[in-house]
Design a protein around this ligand. Structure first.
Ligand code: AMP
Length: 430
């Protein structure tokens, strides 16, 4: 019996892998221009890191982590997100001493035991950015502008940005108490989950998707109305900077996010073409987190995009991307050698063309008819036929598969790669 992949863990076949790669490269390119340099982090961390950073009572830590004992009994977890690992690395390598301001990007797989559906997988990919060591609102605005530029570079249109402030240790506790009291007064209308949240993490009743809970919390007190003066000033300045830069956003007082470390500015990006799982990215400020992980008292703010969802949003924004990718995967040139001597020559010709940058498919050991059939199937734009006769004359026959024309070309098999490239003229037009 054959063995299939684990539920929620997907293979990305070449077309899908290319789309993921395209999105990741575009995002990292934009981030690099903003000074965010890539950092590679391990996929496995000690479980206590996530428990401490994300929060014991969050859905992620309570229900969604892949946790297992190492051989010595240490509890390890497949990372469910990137910020905790990044902050751990920041503290461990004393990166604040290299530069008081650190800008980092990361990309890679994350793991959460959620119910799989379109846009939701147990292994998914994130690309993210973290800006550590700045607490001024200009940092928030710059990060959000970068986030917006990533969407543009990837090619996504029709996304929207939701923005909120979660206050800080000064103003949030009083608000939390007020919200809890409000929730208690509506307790009977809340779902079982929210009843539990009321005690542990009352803010989460605001982002419950149950219609009953939404109705019951319709007129709940809003955190934006309870911000302390420094938080209110900070938030107003972030919005002013975004307005000046023409980045549109919607204020959403229900946006509380599922991770405990956020303070002040928090945000989520909704994308087109995603149905129920419409969040393509999210993030916020986490000023206490570095100290909580044992580092210095420095501020931080960051975001992560779900790469799988960016791909879905891209396909909805630009359907032609599928054809582009298919064409990128097709060979620019297919070489069909006939017979042992021609095959020997073809191996070198193909190699030099590849070294010069051409995407070349080489096949052999079969008839011309069968080779041409394969070239056709692969949608190769040009075919180079190298038979005994061509070889004797040092001339290859080029066939333009679209124009269905043969051209006799004087291809000296000792030409350099660049000369060959110029001679065969098989470059795909960009
Ligand atoms: P979060 O770390 O929960 O703020 O998630 C950030 C982004 O990662 C979300 O906006 C999604 O785009 C993506 N994401 C989160 N969980 C999943 C999942 N299970 N499958 C696919 N993408 C996800």
């Amino acid at each position: 019996m054959s063995i299939s992949a684990v539920k929620g863990f997907r293979d990305a076949l070449p077309e899908a892998a290319r789309l993921l790669g395209r999105v990741e490269t575009a995002a990292l390119d934009v981030l690099a221009r903003y000074g965010f340099d890539e950092i590679r982090l391990p996929i496995v961390e000690k479980t206590e890191l996530f428990a401490r950073a994300i929060g014991e009572t969050t859905d992620i830590v309570e229900k969604e982590m892949y946790t297992f004992p190492d051989r010595d009994g240490t509890l390890l977890t497949l990372r469910p997100e990137g910020t905790a690992s990044l902050v751990r690395a920041y503290v461990e390598h004393h990166l604040d001493q290299r530069d008081p301001v650190g800008r980092f990007s990361y990309v890679g797989p994350m793991f959460r035991h959620e119910r799989p559906q379109k846009g939701r997988h147990r292994q998914f990919y994130q690309v993210g950015a973290e800006l550590i060591g700045r607490e001024d609102p200009l940092a928030d605005a710059e990060l959000l502008v970068a986030l917006w530029d990533v969407l543009a570079e990837v090619g996504i249109t029709g996304a929207s940005l939701l923005l909120n402030s979660l206050g800080d240790a000064q103003c949030r506790p009083a608000y939390r108490d007020e919200l809890r009291a409000f929730g208690e007064s509506r307790r009977e209308q809340l779902c079982e989950n929210c009843k539990r949240r009321l005690d542990k993490n009352p803010l989460r009743i605001l982002d419950c998707k149950e219609p009953g809970c939404r109705a019951a919390t319709e007129d709940a007190p809003r955190l934006v109305d309870h911000l302390c003066a420094p938080c209110a000033t900070h938030f107003a300045r972030v919005r002013e900077l975004l307005d000046a830069e023409g980045v549109a956003y919607t204020l959403d007082s229900r946006l509380v996010r599922g991770l405990d470390y956020y303070v002040r500015t928090t945000f989520e990006v909704l994308g087109p073409g995603l149905g129920a799982q419409s969040a393509i990215g999210a993030g916020g400020r986490y000023d206490g987190l570095v100290a909580q992980i044992g580092g210095p008292q420095v501020s931080g703010i960051g975001f992560a995009f779900g790469v799988d969802r960016l791909v879905l949003a891209l396909q909805a924004s630009r359907p032609e991307v599928e054809a582009e990718v298919a064409s990128e995967l097709a060979p620019e040139l297919f070489i069909a050698p006939l017979g042992a001597a021609a095959e020997s020559a073809a191996l070198g010709v193909a190699r030099r063309l590849r070294q010069a940058g051409l995407r070349v498919e080489l096949d052999g050991g079969r008839s011309l008819k069968s080779l041409m059939r394969r070239a056709d199937k692969l949608k190769a734009r040009h075919v180079m036929i190298l038979g005994e006769e061509e070889l004797a004359q040092r001339r290859a026959t080029m066939r333009d598969m679209e124009a269905k024309q043969d051209r006799k070309l004087a291809v000296d098999i000792d030409l350099t790669g660049d000369e060959l490239l110029a001679a065969v003229g098989a470059r795909r037009s960009a």
